[in-house]
Ligand binder design. Structure first.
Ligand code: FES
Length: 124
């Protein structure tokens, strides 16, 4: 059985456009759970909202697709447990909360997911 733990909401940067896009994408299937590599990352989309989905053990997490530093795709980063590293300049975050770790100067926005059969659905 796969457990999906909710992520906290962490707005990143300007509030209005990103929040409206995320609200519109609510309830959208992001991907099949099996499509996310074990302890890996998968780029997904819900309408115009691009989301990176991570699998850490049995848990799934979702967060913004671009690094807040220089907009590098975060799905090209490295995942070690719950720590995501953007390989361009080594900023790191805890994907459970989006909180920065190490060198990172800004948080990343996280999204809540729920499991619907074999699919992962964006909750908010
Ligand atoms: S682009 Fe991600 S840390 Fe610089």
């Amino acid at each position: 059985m796969v457990t999906i733990r909710p992520s906290s909401h962490r707005p990143n940067g300007g509030p209005s456009v990103a929040k409206k896009v995320a609200k519109k994408a609510k309830g959208t299937v992001l991907c099949k759970a099996d499509a996310v590599p074990a302890d890996g990352l998968l780029q997904c989309a819900a309408g115009s909202l691009k989301v990176c989905v991570a699998r850490s053990g049995k848990d799934f997490y979702a967060f913004q697709s671009e690094c807040p530093h220089k907009r590098t795709p975060l799905c090209d980063g490295a995942l070690d447990g719950h720590v995501l590293t953007c390989l361009d300049h080594m900023w790191q975050w805890d994907i459970r909360s989006g909180e920065p770790e190490g060198l990172a100067e800004q948080p990343i926005r996280t999204f809540k997911l729920r499991r619907d059969g074999d699919s992962l659905v964006l909750v908010e």
